[in-house]
Design a protein around this ligand. Structure first.
Ligand SMILES: Cc1cc2nc3c(=O)[nH]c(=O)nc-3n(C[C@H](O)[C@H](O)[C@H](O)COP(=O)(O)OP(=O)(O)OC[C@H]3O[C@@H](n4cnc5c(N)ncnc54)[C@H](O)[C@@H]3O)c2cc1C
Length: 392
């Protein structure tokens, strides 16, 4: 049996020539430059600086950003191909690339003014600087509008106090977009977004987290202790930060869906390979119908997740509303990926429990997919609110 290669978008159209070039470039890069070091980075929780810098040189750190700011000028469909291919090999690297492109860099592009775009985007798209994005706080995750960081205007500065939790690239990032309250009387309409630079007075890098999975991706607390933020660092207008963050997350959720698909595909590929080699009862285990059914279910779920995800990406590229579609793609893809990783370990038997086989790491990494950028429960709430036209 051949290893499955359900190429992206196979349900919709064939990949365009440009998409094939992108897929093959990133696939080749991942095989040669990431695969040999996966477990070294996982065990040591070492952020793979060189890999990420080299992805910048190839244009994969500014996928969604127009060429005038140093980006590749591509859309969400190409972005999904990149993230899927990376996640098939190492979901940690895919998470870093997804967060850098889709959260910090995209937020500055979407809501920054010309000066802010000129100042930050060329360094972010080239990989000279990495970006972080801070919404979550220790007491506000799902309830993102309940954040407490407070930025008080004092002349030409805001004085920012508070902190952020679980921030991807909190340690290695040099630029961070953070959401904070500027008007305590206005609820979510009193939240604003700022772009911060490492080295600003009172901007402190906190504890780096020791994680279950996605261990090569850097996850850190940020602390703001009377941090002096120049007024020019405000993104858009005061009070727009929460709505900006929700818009950014719509795109981010599509990328986490693509990450989940790549991870699930990695599980399927590894399972088919293993099942063709493992002999029990004088047969390859792939000859047992019980194993075949698991493989079939994994393949169908992956293809269904691709349909939801690339449809959401297509809508996004065509500037259509995607709040429900992005949530549905992320919800479905992350949950089928979780199931795929569990079945992949089962197919590997005891060897699936051992770090010599890639499914052991997929099984740990996948849990982030149902949590990050909104848990499965929150995706269901978003979908239901859209269905029932509930506004808050
Ligand atoms: C590796 C990693 C990287 C991350 N990177 C970033 C980042 O770069 N930037 C950033 O801002 N954040 C980041 N996060 C944070 C992530 O987005 C949050 O962890 C996530 O939104 C959940 O918030 P929480 O952890 O506070 O869980 P909680 O909100 O406390 O949720 C706990 C449980 O309660 C459930 N729950 C909560 N509210 C409801 C409700 N109304 N109805 C039903 N169930 C509910 C949740 O679904 C969950 O099961 C990252 C997290 C991780 C683990």
């Amino acid at each position: 049996m051949e290893i499955a290669d359900l190429s992206q978008k196979s349900f919709l159209t064939d990949l365009t020539e440009n998409e094939i070039i992108i897929r093959d470039t990133i696939r080749d890069f991942a095989e040669k430059n990431i695969r040999p070091f996966i477990m070294e980075h996982d065990e040591s929780q070492k952020f793979p600086v060189e890999i990420i810098k080299n992805l910048g040189k190839l244009g994969f750190l500014g996928v969604l950003i127009p060429e005038e700011f140093g980006g590749a000028g591509l859309g969400y469909q190409e972005f999904c191909i990149v993230i899927e291919e990376l996640a098939k090999v190492d979901p940690s690297v895919a998470l870093s690339v997804a967060a850098h492109n889709g959260l910090c860099t995209n937020h500055i592009y979407l809501f920054g003014n010309d000066l802010q775009r000129q100042k930050y985007l060329p360094d972010l798209t080239s990989g000279a600087k990495l970006g972080a994005w801070g919404l979550t706080e220790s007491s506000s995750g799902s309830d993102a509008a309940g954040l407490k960081s407070y930025a008080e205007r004092k002349g030409d500065y805001y004085i920012l106090n508070g902190g952020k939790t679980f921030i991807t690239h909190g340690t290695v990032g040099s630029v961070a977009v953070v959401m904070a309250i500027t008007d305590k009387s206005k609820g979510k309409k009193g939240i604003s977004a700022f772009v911060l630079e490492k080295g600003m007075d009172g901007f402190i890098i906190g504890k780096k987290e020791n994680k279950l999975g996605m261990r090569a991706s850097d996850t850190t607390q940020l602390i703001f202790d009377n941090c002096k933020v120049p007024v020019e660092s405000l993104l858009g207008n005061e009070g727009e930060g929460y709505e900006q963050a929700m818009k950014v997350l719509e795109g981010g959720r599509i990328s986490i869906a693509a990450l989940s698909i790549g991870l699930a595909q990695g599980c399927l590929d590894a399972s088919i390979k293993y099942g063709n080699e493992r002999m029990q009862f004088q047969k390859k285990i792939n000859q047992f119908q019980a194993i075949q059914f698991k493989l079939a279910d994994m393949a169908v779920n992956i293809e269904a997740a691709r349909m939801l995800t690339y449809r959401a990406a297509n809508l996004k590229d065509n500037r259509k509303p995607v709040r429900k579609e992005a949530a549905a793609a992320k919800l479905f893809a992350s949950e089928i990926a979780e199931k795929a990783s569990s079945e992949a370990v089962q197919i590997h038997g005891g060897y699936g429990f051992i770090k010599d086989f890639p499914v052991e790491k997929f099984y740990r990494d996948v849990k982030l997919c149902t949590i990050g950028e909104g848990t499965s429960e929150i995706q269901r709430i978003v979908i239901a609110k859209e269905l029932l036209s509930i506004t808050d």
